[in-house]
Design a protein around this ligand. Structure first.
Ligand code: G1P
Ligand code: ZN
Length: 542
């Protein structure tokens, strides 16, 4: 039986950089989850009888929200729901399933790299038929609807058994529990030369993949160990846990420190990698070398032709604005278009659909291609392995060669987490006002050349996105970008992105912290970070 339940709006259901993210306890308030899901359905048109894909990263609350969403999808008239076994689908796998089965769209339950558990984070994101995150036009409409909503629809039905593959009828709708790994693993076999990677591994190449107790464990076991023949134990922390073992499933040097220690220790493997809570981010390490995500994007773009899927070259490269210009050097050298978008994967969708870009990336450990419409952690790992299998050189040698060919963009991001929101807003507001007077000013020996606030006009649909980060450029090509995070769930996070380009005839093997030292001082001098926040140092450097 379909019930229509009266409800009242919540004021805080505005999706951020990547869907609605809140503390679990916020989602557990009566009607909170239902209101948001109904707001999504209310702004969509034409889904009667169509398929909805549903899955999450397995974090605390995943199963409960899946059951609610199934009952609401049935009440709202969807014909079919495809849900991953155990309620699990990695974000890139969900994107692929949406595309492969021509679903109307999908709901992905994840707070990505944020911690999980009863006192931690949860999230819901809507993806459209191309498999990608809903564009701002839709997320704005969802938010507007959430402020007006007065009822939701739900059927009365028992819980679906999520741990058994196959079909169940829920009112007039069919729910099919699918293998979350199979379709995705098959796609990866289509893109890459698995024989070459198998031969590399069989020849003694050693790798270590840290799944961080998050969603990629089952995918990595299947692909790296079973299909590519890496020995058992290659995948560590491979069992997904609702609280990620109490850690942040964030693949960076702070939270993946065990992997860093292994890769910089004695007898290190040849290659190390990790992925995040929902499987869309990647961390790449070689023996005693960390490849920054911006450099990884550039190196992957420069070498992609070595993998079967990209053998005919790329149509273009896209990167988010705060990502370093390393990819620009590659695009320039290869004669490819380079697109600069705001932060967030949703801005790449149009470029990929229009065939204007093949490879995209963000400095926040996100890389991907036109094979799906999300960033894809294991895809980046497999492309690296494919390149290593063909070139038969170490990661360090490949990067040294890359910098010798394209120059090096020294790069770091400094995050100041858990700031007082008002103080963070004031810092940004003051800097915005001060910017017009900055050109010509010298800070820490660096002369400001230009200062502006990034805005993006989408070349495909013409939509304009304002307020996407404050940029300061310095003579000689260095850059600092300031923006506030749109994914946090408490207080504010200030992100300061620092970058300096060194030409091919410059010093290419300097220590990053030293190379960026003057910029770090200039950032504080020009924006008053310590003055506004009381912090003498960032919380995390990536
Ligand atoms: C962060 C990253 C951004 C990424 C997003 C979702 O967003 O900076 O690149 O797309 O997470 O994974 P932010 O918190 O900066 O808004
Ligand atoms: Zn993620």
């Amino acid at each position: 039986m379909t019930l229509t339940i009266a409800t009242t709006p919540f004021a805080d259901q505005k999706p951020g950089t990547s869907g609605l993210r809140k503390k679990v306890r916020i989602f557990q308030q009566p009607n909170y989850t239902e209101n948001f899901v109904q707001s999504v359905f209310d702004v969509l048109d034409g889904f009667a009888g169509q398929t909805l894909v549903l899955g999450g990263d397995g974090r605390y609350l995943n199963r409960e929200v899946i059951q609610i969403t199934i009952r609401m999808a049935a009440a709202n008239g969807f014909g079919r729901v495809l849900v991953g076994l155990g309620g699990i689908l990695s974000t890139p796998a969900a994107s692929h399933v949406i595309r492969k089965y021509q679903a109307f769209g999908g709901l992905i339950l994840s707070a990505s790299h944020n911690p999980g558990g009863p006192d931690e984070d949860f999230g819901i994101k809507y993806n459209i038929a191309n498999g990608g995150p809903a564009p701002e036009k839709i997320t704005d409409a969802i938010y507007a609807r959430s402020t007006q909503i007065d009822r939701y629809h739900i059927v009365e039905a028992p819980d679906v058994d999520l741990d058994r593959l196959g079909e169940t009828q829920v009112a007039d709708m069919v729910v099919e529990v699918i293998d979350p790994v199979a379709d995705y693993a098959e796609l990866m076999e289509d893109l890459f030369d698995f024989d070459a990677i198998r031969a590399l591994i069989a020849g003694g190449f050693r790798l270590s993949f840290d799944a961080m107790h998050a969603v990629t464990g089952p995918y990595a076991h299947e692909i790296l160990e079973r299909r590519l023949g890496a020995p058992g134990g290659t995948v560590v922390n491979g069992a997904p846990l609702p609280d990620f073992g109490g850690h942040h499933p964030d693949p960076n040097m702070v939270h993946a420190h065990e992997l860093f220690a292994r890769m910089f220790g004695a007898d290190a493997p040849d290659f190390g990698a990790a992925s995040d809570g929902d499987g869309d981010r990647n961390l790449i390490l070689g023996r005693a070398i960390f490849v920054t995500p911006s450099d990884s994007l550039a190196a992957l773009a420069a070498n992609a032709h070595l993998a079967p899927a990209y053998a005919r070259g790329l149509k273009g490269i896209a990167r988010s604005m705060p990502t370093s210009g390393a990819a620009d050097q590659v695009a320039h050298a290869l004669g490819l278009p380079l697109h600069e978008t705001p932060t967030g994967w949703k801005f790449f969708g149009n470029l990929l659909d229009a065939g204007m870009a093949t490879i995209c990336g963000e400095e926040s450990a996100g890389t991907g291609s036109d094979h799906v419409r999300e960033k894809d952690g294991l895809w980046a790992v497999l492309l690296w392995l494919n390149i290593l299998a063909v070139r038969r050189e170490s990661v360090a040698a490949i990067m040294a060669d890359h910098w010798a060919r394209f120059g090096r963009n020294y790069y770091a991001r400094h995050d100041y987490e858990g700031l007082d929101s008002a103080a963070a807003e004031t810092l940004m507001a003051e800097l915005r006002v001060a910017m017009s007077a900055l050109p010509g000013r010298v800070a820490s020996g660096l002369a400001v050349e230009s200062a502006d606030e990034f805005e993006y006009s989408d070349p495909v649909d013409g939509s304009l996105s304002r307020g996407q980060g404050l940029r300061l450029r310095f003579e000689g090509g260095a850059r600092i970008v300031f923006r506030l995070s749109g994914t946090g769930t408490s207080g504010a996070t200030l992100r300061v992105y620092l970058e300096r380009y060194e030409r091919t005839d410059g010093i290419l093997d300097a220590d990053t912290a030293e190379a960026l030292g003057a910029l770090v001082a200039a950032a504080d001098e020009l924006a008053g970070i310590t003055r506004h926040t009381g912090r003498a140092a960032p919380t995390v450097i990536t």
